[in-house]
Every structure is written in C-alpha cells, then in structure tokens.
Ligand binder design. Structure first.
Ligand code: SAH
Length: 338
C-alpha cells in the first residue's frame, strides 16, 4: 500500500481519475488529512462508504514514530523511528520571526564530508516523500506550533534523493496542504553540479544553499570528497548560470574549522572566488562531535574572517548557534543512539 503522504494533490487527482473516481475526492482527502488533521479514513464523512473502502484498500496513513525529544533554549530535537526501524532526526528552532524546521532527506549519507557526523554512518536508503512530510506534521503536533520555514539540512544529501525531495517540496508548498511559501523553503547541497542544473529549471522560488566550506580545491578535497567529482570551477560556473536563470541569491555555507579553512588568507581567496556574484556567505560555527579530528574556530578567528570578507565587499552573516547542550549537530543524535 502506498502512503497517502507521498502524493501531491495533482498526483492523487490523476490516480483517482485513472481509477474512475471524481477528481474532487482528492480535495476532500487533502482537506481531511492536512486541514482537519484526521487520519482515520472511516471518519471521512463526506466521502461515501464504497469510496472510503477503495481508499482504505489502496492507501495507508501510517506515521513514523517519535522515539525521543531533546530540548534546549529555543530548540527541540526529535529522533524518529521509521516503519522499517531506521532512525532519522528533525530539529525545530524558534526565531524572533517564527519557527523553522530542519528535516532529514536520507537515512545516513554517502557524501562522506570529513567533519560531518551523518557521513560516518553510510547511506542506508533514501527517505520516501511521506517520511519527510510526516516529520513536519508530527513536529507541529508534538510541539503544538505552526512551522513557518523549512530547511532541508538534516541527515542526508537532498540532491542524492532528488525526485522525492522535489515532490516533498511541491507538497508542503501547496496552499491546500501546509502552504509553506517557496521563499521559506531552503534546500542545501554539498554541490552536486548536474542536479543544481536541473534545479535551476524547476521553476519554484525555493532558496538554494551550497555547502562550500573552502576557498580552493586543495582544501575542499581534504574535507569534502564531492570536490573530487566537481571542482570549484564547475561549481561556481553552474551557480552563476543558476543565478542568471532564476535571479535568486544563493547562500554559501562555510563551516569554520580551526586551522583548516579559517585563515585570513582563506577569507581573501574566498572573496576573490565569489566577487560580483549574487551570493552571501553564511559562516557556521562548527559543532564539535565525537569526531575529534576537527575543532571549532575561536570567536576571534570567526570575527576576523567575517570582517575580512566584509571589508572586501562580500555580504556575510554568522549563523546563530542552536542547541549546544543537546546533540544538535547534523546526525549527532542518531549516531549517539546507534
Ligand atoms: N548534505 C547537505 C545538507 C545536510 S548538511 C549539504 O551538504 O549541504 C547541512 C549543513 O551542515 C552543511 O553545510 C554541512 O556541511 C553542515 N554541517 C555538518 N556537520 C556539521 C557540524 N558538526 N557543525 C556545523 N555544521 C555542520
């Protein structure tokens, strides 16, 4: 049986029509599950009994299960158990301007970034669309809050699960489901060039963030294996095309690793690399993990890096740090549980 949360409204309409039902039943089903939040098909009272029977025989409304919540100031971290027993995490953050959720897109990750906890546990499988949709439904229900923005920056490489992730985005963006505006959705990738090309054509106004983390290939290859497949020249070139095509500003994430990529000369090199592009750099304080190899840069070093970029006319922000007391780094809670 197919989980109902795998379907966009359009997809459900198409299968209903193909099976001899009225298109309108899709709107009714969506109203029950996304607006009324009723997950028992027997209670879909405006749908007749034989149609309900078809729905029951065809679609499941099974949910992933909450296993654990960790809380800190302004942040809650959720560990979920999937129906096959695999575990993933989602993080809810409270900002002045509303709430955001960081969702996982895969069980584990194959990108192998040296500093990242998720990559230590290899990819087991892609998440299905419903497993991403349900992270949001459940977090809203458990935390009793409406989520305003979504970042796909949890466990996994979203562009290594492109189809399901794009379907997920389409569903949560739909005014008939969660109505999360495209400008409030951000997808973050380590830089899979052909997928960035494809993404540029998708026609949705979603934000794109790139895990850059280094100003040159030499450093990048040391910390991110993906740099061997796609050198910076190709990545920068596809980003320029993306910006030209979509007219949207791209976020460049840069995690500050002591002694690796945080020198003033790295800041100069980075400015030269991205000068004139419609981008901004988001400096991320490294969340130290069991992975003892890497240390976070000091506040002074981050400040100096920040100021160097600023002076050279690069737009730059420092990402607010959430949940240092809990296992907030990408993949940390899951890896601790295993
Ligand atoms: N695979 C995607 C999205 C998931 S990772 C990507 O690479 O963008 C989300 C972001 O968190 C990435 O920028 C990643 O490099 C960063 N990250 C991973 N581990 C971290 C840690 N321990 N501290 C700070 N940032 C980390």
């Amino acid at each position: 049986m197919k989980n109902i949360f795998n379907y966009s409204k359009e997809m459900l309409e198409n299968v209903l029509i193909a099976n001899g039902f009225k298109k309108f039943m899709a709107s009714q089903v969506f109203d029950w599950i996304y607006q009324k939040k009723i997950y028992d098909i027997d209670l879909f009272s405006n749908i007749n009994i034989s149609n309900r029977q078809y729905l029951k025989d065809t679609y499941s409304l099974d949910f992933i299960k909450l296993e654990k919540v960790e809380e800190d100031v302004d942040v809650k971290k959720f560990l979920f158990r999937l129906l096959d027993g695999q575990k993933i995490e989602a993080v809810l953050m409270y900002h002045d301007y509303g709430t955001s959720i960081c969702v996982s897109s895969q069980v584990g990750c194959n990108m192998g970034c040296k500093f990242c906890e998720s990559g230590r546990l290899k990819k087991v499988r892609n998440l299905e669309t419903y497993e991403m949709v349900e992270q949001i439904i459940l977090v809203e229900e458990i935390a009793k809050t409406k989520i305003n923005s979504v970042v796909i920056m949890g466990i996994g490489e979203p562009f290594d699960n492109y189809e399901n992730v794009m379907n997920f985005i389409k569903i949560i963006n739909d005014p008939k489901t969660m109505a999360i505006g495209a400008r409030h959705i951000t997808v973050s990738t380590c830089g899979i060039v052909p997928k960035i090309k494809e993404f540029a054509e998708c026609g949705l106004q979603i934000n794109l963030a790139i895990s850059l983390h280094a100003p040159n290939d030499e450093i990048r290859k040391k910390i991110m294996p993906i740099a061997n497949a796609y050198p910076l020249s190709e990545l920068i070139s596809v980003l320029k095309d993306y910006i030209a095509k979509t007219n949207r500003r791209v976020t460049l994430e840069y995690v500050m690793l002591e002694g690796i990529n945080d020198s003033v000369s790295c800041a100069h090199e980075l400015s030269d690399l991205i000068r004139g592009m419609n981008v901004y750099v988001n400096l991320i304080a490294y969340n130290e993990t069991n992975n003892i190899q890497f240390k976070a840069s000091s506040k002074e070093v981050i400040d100096e890096f920040f100021n160097t970029l600023k002076k050279r006319g690069i737009e730059v922000t420092v990402r607010r740090k959430f949940g240092t007391k809990i296992s907030a780094a990408c993949g940390q809670l899951r890896s601790k549980e295993m």
